[in-house]
Design a protein around this ligand. Structure first.
Ligand code: NAG
Ligand code: NAG
Ligand code: NAG
Ligand code: NAG
Length: 378
C-alpha cells in the first residue's frame, strides 16, 4: 500500500516535473562552466570566452553520482567552491553529492528527510542561500531547510531537513517557482498574487512577508529561475523564464524593476538554467546548451543580447530508464531516507566544516558583517 502511494506520487511528480534530463550545468566560483553527465561524463568548459573555441576538459572522477534520477539539481556554494547536487541518485534520493571544484573530488553527504517525513525528495524545489550556505526547499506546502555548514566534502554525521513552516497560501495546486536574491526567497506564480509581484520569505528571520512585493512586469505563472552571482556578496538579480518561454525576465530586487530580454532560442518549457556573473546558461531537455551574455552593471547592454549555442560540449544524457528505475527504487529510497546509509565522508576530510580556505575567509567575514548590518537595518 505504501509503495503504491509512493509510486503514484512519483508518477505525479514525473508528469509535472521540469525535465527528464539526468544532467545539469553549474558554474564554479571562478565562473568556469561545469557540465555534469554529458554522454556519461563530466566536463569543465572554461569561462565564457572559451565556450565556442576551446575543447572542454574531461573532469569525470570517482565517486560521482549515478545520475539516474529523473531531476538533477545543481547548486554552487560560492564560499567553498563546491557544487552540491540533489536528485542524482534514485536509490538514495535525499543524498547530497558534493563536488569540490578545487580538489576535483566527490563525496556523498547522507541526509534524512525531516522528522515528520513530509519532505518529498521526488517533489520539491530548492535554493541554496548564498550567505548561510543553507538549502531552503519547498515541498508540498512546507518550507524546509538543510544546513550545509561550509562543507566541500561530506561530513560522516548524517544531516536532516528541518521543517521551517507551512506557506500561507493554497498549496494544493501550487507548483513552486523559487528564486534567491538579497537573502530572500522569491516565490513566483503564487495563487492570487498579481503579475509582476513575488511573495518574499526572509531567510534570516524565517519570516514570510504578508504582502507581495511589486517588481515590475512579468506573468504570474510557473517557470524556471536562476540567480546571477556577484564576485563577492549576495545575488541581487535573478532570471525568470516562464513555462511558455515567451521572454527572459531579469528581476532586480534592489531597484524593484524587471528587464525583459530575448526569449531563449530553444523554446523548451523543461529546460533548466544556471547563471554566473555575466552569463545565463540554458540546458534544454534534449541536452543542448546555449547562453545569453548578461551585463549586471550596464542594463542597456542587455536588450540587444542574443542567445548563442555552445557547441563544443557533447550532448547531455537523457535517461529514459531513469523514470522506471526511479519508481521501483522509490520505496527503498523512502526507507533509506530515514537511515544514514549511503553517507560516507571521503578519506582525508581535513578541510571539513570550519577549516575555511584563506581566500574565502575575508569575504565570509564581510558577508557576516553584512548580515548583521542588514539585520540592524531591517
Ligand atoms: C515537458 O515535460 C513533461 C513532463 O515530463 C512532458 O509531458 C512534456 O511533453 C515536456 N514538454 C516538452 C515540450 O518537452
Ligand atoms: C540511466 O539509468 C540507469 C538506471 O538507473 C543507469 O543504470 C544508467 O547508468 C543511466 N544511464 C545514464 C546514461 O545516465
Ligand atoms: C523597493 O520596495 C521596497 C518595499 O516596498 C522599498 O522598501 C524599497 O525602498 C524599494 N526600493 C526602491 C529602490 O524603490
Ligand atoms: C560533522 O558534523 C558534526 C555534527 O554536526 C560536527 O560536530 C562536526 O564538527 C562536523 N565535522 C566536520 C569535520 O565538519
Amino acid at each position: 500500500m505504501r509503495s503504491l502511494a509512493v509510486a503514484s506520487f512519483l508518477l505525479l511528480s514525473l508528469t509535472s516535473s521540469a525535465s527528464a534530463l539526468s544532467s545539469c550545468v553549474a558554474f564554479d566560483a571562478n565562473w568556469n562552466l561545469l557540465a555534469f553527465n554529458f554522454g556519461g561524463k563530466d566536463y569543465n568548459a572554461g569561462t565564457q570566452q572559451n565556450w565556442n573555441s576551446a575543447d572542454p576538459t574531461d573532469i569525470t572522477a570517482q565517486g560521482r553520482p549515478p545520475f539516474d534520477g529523473p531531476n538533477v539539481y545543481c547548486y554552487l556554494s560560492q564560499f567553498t567552491n563546491a557544487i552540491y547536487i540533489l536528485g542524482a541518485d534514485s536509490k538514495n534520493p535525499t543524498a547530497v553529492y558534493l563536488y569540490d571544484a578545487s580538489a576535483k573530488s566527490w563525496s556523498t553527504q547522507a541526509v534524512q528527510a525531516d522528522s515528520g517525513n513530509k519532505f518529498d525528495p521526488t517533489n520539491f524545489a530548492a535554493i541554496l542561500d548564498h550567505d548561510t550556505n543553507v538549502f531552503y526547499a519547498y515541498s508540498k506546502g512546507d518550507i524546509f531547510s538543510l544546513d550545509m555548514e561550509l562543507l566541500k566534502a561530506a561530513n560522516s554525521t548524517a544531516k536532516q531537513w528541518v521543517d521551517a513552516q507551512t506557506v500561507p497560501w493554497d498549496a494544493s495546486t501550487y507548483k513552486p517557482t523559487m528564486a534567491l536574491a538579497q537573502n530572500h526567497i522569491h516565490f513566483l506564480g503564487v495563487p492570487n498574487v498579481p503579475a509582476g509581484s513575488a511573495m518574499i520569505f526572509v531567510i534570516h528571520f524565517s519570516f514570510m512577508q504578508p504582502e507581495p512585493q511589486l517588481y515590475g512586469q512579468f506573468p504570474s505563472t510557473h517557470g524556471q529561475t536562476t540567480s546571477f552571482f556577484m564576485d563577492t556578496g549576495v545575488q541581487t538579480k535573478f532570471a525568470f523564464i516562464p513555462d511558455d518561454v515567451s521572454a527572459t525576465y531579469v528581476i532586480d530586487v534592489t531597484t524593484n524593476t524587471t528587464q525583459t530580454l530575448k526569449a531563449p532560442t530553444n523554446q523548451d518549457p523543461n529546460a533548466t538554467y544556471f547563471a554566473s556573473t555575466d552569463s545565463l546558461v540554458q540546458l534544454s531537455s534534449s541536452g543542448a546548451v546555449s547562453y545569453l551574455p548578461f551585463n549586471q552593471q550596464q542594463a542597456s547592454d542587455n536588450s540587444g543580447a542574443s542567445w548563442t549555442a555552445i557547441t563544443k560540449l557533447p550532448t547531455a544524457s537523457t535517461n529514459s530508464s531513469a523514470s522506471s528505475s526511479g519508481s521501483s527504487a522509490s520505496p527503498s529510497g523512502t526507507s533509506g531516507a530515514s537511515s544514514s546509509s549511503g553517507g560516507s565522508s571521503s578519506g582525508g576530510n581535513s578541510n571539513g566544516n570550519g577549516a575555511l580556505p584563506l581566500a574565502f575567509a575575508g569575504s565570509w567575514f564581510w558577508s557576516v558583517v553584512g548580515l548583521l548590518v542588514g539585520a540592524a537595518l531591517f
